[in-house]
Design a protein around this ligand. Structure first.
Ligand code: ZN
Length: 440
């Protein structure tokens, strides 16, 4: 099997095993543990050494991994890649059971911005995190759960009852997108149906489940697609493709100098404003603790160590890695007239005059040079001037840490569909560019 296909299949498996941000962090830990990374806890005292590998998780759904090299942190700085673990979905509301016309349905709330109609008629399953009684009120025990079988579906309305459906219809997020999970009779008492199902899967008593973060996900696994195996068709390519490329590069590259960091944030899809999102001080705090711990034998004054931290930041670079839009085969007019990223045309540098993307000419030049010096093709994305477009981690992150930064990502189609489409070759290109960055 060629290397590109092997990497794409690794990604498809990684995504399949990561139905939620909690599971993505768990899978990242599996990769890091096999490569000898050591887990740090935020509440412990850190003893960080040169030429060593570590990671720290935040709220089970974000993870920051790093590898220290030779040389002083303040002179060599950090090489950081950031990406996000979450994807658009539906979260299960408390007390979710609804019995109506013999159907047992679950009440859900939309998470982020999915293309709603792509969620219809798909076998769905349920996964997430459950909080359990532990004997310590302040610290419930947490467990991840994945029901991991076709369990629910949101059926379409037949075209005969909805003749205008192909003209486009608006789905109501409260009424039209609730999944069915069972057929029951009218006397059915729902009586914690879902909790019992989850408790059964976890082998615990429903009484011990205090609360949950549960999400729907499409049950079907991704695949490689196309006459020449060009494409990756899978859920959650945005942004698990960048998490996978970044973690694979970090865990297989020995830094030449400085400190390599992979920051996997949660909650990008809902604005990043949580304790484990990019709009929080987590990366700032962890980077500062790394410098303090590395330098603690060199110096005694706390104020001086802070200066070392700021010097390290001045010598650092941040790649914000989130997927980008490839030109659409049937709607090319939706794209900029001169910048048209193509699938398998290489990583895309994202540019916006109003800084919805953090890229400027200097940071674009850095990433472009990394690609060109390593024979990796590179492309540019700019929105049509009459389209608002999206934003991502880059501008949010620099509002907390002043870092030279670039926004990049691989070209893809159908972003936020239940099944997205990206390029097999692009995954290898971006992985190679991350390795080259970490080796600088
Ligand atoms: Zn994204």
């Amino acid at each position: 099997m060629n290397e590109d296909i092997k990497l794409a299949n690794d990604l498809i498996k990684f995504i399949y095993d990561s139905p939620t941000s909690f599971h993505a962090v768990e899978q990242v830990k599996v990769i890091l543990n096999t490569k000898g990374f050591k887990e740090l806890h935020q509440s412990d005292k850190w003893e960080i050494k040169n030429n060593s590998k570590y990671y720290v998780t935040v709220n089970d759904s974000a993870i920051i991994a790093f590898v220290t090299g030779e040389g002083s942190a303040e002179q060599e700085g950090f090489k950081i890649i950031g990406a996000h673990t979450d994807s658009p979905s539906f979260s299960i509301k408390p007390d979710p059971e609804i019995v109506q016309n013999s159907y047992l349905k679950l009440n859900t709330e939309v998470y982020g911005g999915p293309i709603l109609n792509t969620w219809l008629d798909r076998p769905l399953s349920l996964a997430g995190r459950v909080s359990l009684r532990s004997g310590n009120t302040m610290r419930p025990k947490t467990k991840l759960v994945n029901i991991n079988k076709p369990l629910l579906i949101v059926p379409n309305l037949a075209i005969h009852l909805n003749p205008k459906v192909n003209g486009g219809i608006e789905l109501n997020k409260q009424k039209d997108t609730l999944p069915i999970i069972n057929l029951v009779n009218e006397k059915f008492e729902s009586d914690n149906y879902l909790l019992k199902l989850v408790a059964n899967k976890l082998n615990v008593s429903p009484y011990d489940i205090l609360d949950f973060d549960l999400f729907l996900y499409p049950y079907e696994k991704g695949c490689i697609l196309g006459a020449e195996e060009e494409f990756i068709s899978s859920p959650r390519i945005d942004d698990l493709a960048m998490i996978h490329a970044g973690i694979t590069a970090l865990s297989t590259t020995i830094p030449t100098s400085g400190i390599n960091v992979m920051a996997c944030f949660d909650h990008e899809e809902i604005g990043s404003t949580t304790g484990q999102g990019a709009d929080s001080p987590i990366l700032d705090h962890i980077l500062e603790r790394i410098v303090m711990s590395l330098n603690k034998n060199k110096i005694t004054l706390a104020s001086k160590s802070r200066e070392d931290y700021f010097r390290a930041l001045a010598n650092s670079f941040f790649i914000s890695a989130d997927m980008a839009h490839a030109i659409h085969p049937n709607m090319p007019e939706k794209h900029d007239p001169t910048n048209k990223p193509k699938i398998n045309g290489g990583p895309v540098i994202k540019i916006n005059a109003n800084r919805k993307y953090i890229t400027d000419s200097v940071s674009a030049a850095v990433y472009e040079s990394i690609c060109k010096d390593n024979s990796i093709p590179v492309q540019k994305f700019v929105n049509r001037s009459d389209m608002r477009g999206g934003s991502t981690l880059g501008p949010i992150n620099v509002s907390h840490i002043n870092l030279r930064s670039v926004d990049i990502g691989n070209p893809m189609l159908a972003m936020h569909s239940i099944r997205e489409l990206a390029g097999v070759k692009d995954q290898m290109y971006i992985y190679k560019s991350f390795k080259a960055f970490y080796r600088l």
